[in-house]
Design a protein around this ligand. Structure first.
Ligand SMILES: Cc1ncc(COP(=O)(O)O)c(C=O)c1O
Length: 451
């Protein structure tokens, strides 16, 4: 007999499988869901009403055990495509040769760092390696506090920056189960739709950041840093108007704080035209963090710094990360960089991203429930509402679309605090043909779910 899942596993997540529907699954999937709960405990979540079991990936496709292909319109980790042969070969070669840590001299980490920093403004002169984006943000915040002498942190109200004790305390999207730290303040997401236009948006952000700074000062924390995801992924995906962050950063700098650009989501060319999301806004951050797409699935992440931030910190604090920047993860990262250059994936993100956005916008014109199609490059958000007068987010309708797309073997998801924004974020080699397959399915699904 299959035992019921623990009630804790039903704590909501955007597009999370709801365990109360377990009886609707096939016997095999049901057993696997129960086994996950038994073996992995109640902390994990699955995607979709009908969770997907995949056994293989290639390029922009995933395959189940019966050989059915699924179009991957979601994964930004395997950013240059699933099992890219050049990356696989580079990892294999390095793993068969040497895998050791940063306490030995290795030319590969130096060559990679030179090229990595070469993608950024010259002001960012040092890079330190970690295994995850959470660790990179944790390190960034340690440095920011050490340098500024302040403790306060400002984030957007739907932000996610990671899972360590420190970082989850400034990741409001984790919900009420994870309280924000007393030293954390939030400003609203840069949602121009609900701020009444570009100028109002910029004025509102400026006012909110001033209030947050003075409140932190009033409570004796000061401001160490404003950290923001440069595509505001969990907030609901916001890219425009380019430059809207400039006044926010000025206020933070005037208060003695730093600006940390979290590039874990948009980095490595996803937004098209640039390597990094902050470049779209014409900003030069004090610290940049990245992770997910950096090694195409091999755990590697990094933080890049203005060199002056690390002078005292580096002198007084030893940094060793056992796996961070090891030989194999550097080989993977180098291969990813090579592929992005050789296959012009930034150009592809731009071309196919523009095509996707404009075709989805054309589709959206037929629906009163689609308030906005936005984003940059291959990171597109579709804002679904009850009606365009109130712009009330409609998470339920969005989930219906996501789950219906999954039934048609097109994997997308949702984001935003109410899960009401379709999140279209495929691997970077996504072609016009892939886009057409997604659009044909979306047309059918919207017609059935939004009318
Ligand atoms: C914007 C952002 N920052 C940081 C992280 C944390 O990265 P990781 O899961 O590698 O620790 C994530 C992960 O989803 C993220 O989306």
């Amino acid at each position: 007999m299959i035992k019921p899942l623990s009630p804790k596993a039903s704590e909501p997540m955007v597009n999370g499988f709801d365990p109360s529907h377990i009886d609707e699954l096939s016997p095999r999937t049901r057993q696997q869901v129960v086994d996950r709960e038994r073996l992995l405990g109640p902390g994990y979540r699955l995607f979709y009403n009908d969770p997907v079991e995949i056994v293989r990936g290639a390029g922009t496709l995933l395959y189940d055990a019966d050989g059915n292909d699924y179009l991957d319109v979601y994964n930004n980790v395997t950013s240059v495509g699933h099992c890219h042969p050049y990356v696989v070969e580079a990892i294999h070669r390095q793993l068969s040769t040497l895998n050791t840590n940063t306490r030995y001299i290795q030319q590969s980490i130096l060559s990679y760092s030179e090229q990595f920093l070469g993608t950024m403004p010259a002001d960012l002169g040092h890079v330190m390696f970690t295994c995850t984006g959470s660790e990179a943000n944790d390190l960034a915040m340690r440095v920011a506090r050490y340098y500024t002498g302040n403790q306060g942190i400002i984030v957007t109200s739907g932000a996610y920056h990671g899972l360590t004790a420190d970082v989850s305390a400034f990741s409001p999207s984790l919900g009420i189960g994870v309280p924000l730290g007393p030293h954390v303040r939030t400003i609203s997401a840069p949602d121009r739709l609900r701020h009444g236009g570009d100028e109002d948006l910029i004025d509102s952000l400026r006012r909110q950041i001033r209030e947050a700074i003075s409140d932190l000062e009033r409570h004796g924390f000061g401001v160490a840093a404003f950290i923001a995801d440069m595509i505001f992924s969990s907030d609901g995906i916001y890219a425009d108007p380019a430059g809207f962050l400039q006044p926010v950063i000025e206020e933070v700098h005037n208060a003695g704080g730093l600006f940390i650009a979290d590039e874990v989501q948009p980095g490595f060319g996803r937004t098209g035209q640039h390597w990094w999301g902050f470049q779209r806004h014409g900003l030069v951050p004090d610290i940049v963090t990245t992770g997910k797409p950096m090694g195409n699935g091999i755990p590697i992440a990094a933080a890049a710094f203005r060199p002056e931030l690390l002078v005292e910190f580096g002198r007084n604090i030893r940094y060793f990360n056992t796996f961070g920047g090891n030989s194999v993860s550097i080989a993977a990262a180098q291969a990813v960089l090579d592929v992005i250059n050789d296959e012009d994936l930034i150009g592809n993100a731009d071309n196919v991203g523009n095509y996707l956005k404009s075709e989805i916008s054309t589709l959206a014109d037929n629906y009163e429930q689609i308030a906005e199609v936005r984003g940059a490059g291959l990171f597109v958000g579709v804002d679904i509402v009850t009606d365009r007068d109130s712009n009330t987010p409609d998470g339920e309708a969005t989930l219906r679309v996501v789950n219906h797309m999954r039934r048609r073997r097109v994997l997308i998801s949702a984001s935003g605090p109410r899960g009401s924004v379709l999140k279209v974020r495929p691997p970077l080699p996504f072609s016009i043909g892939d886009a057409d397959r997604m659009l044909e399915n979306l047309a059918v699904v919207l017609a059935e779910e939004l009318h």
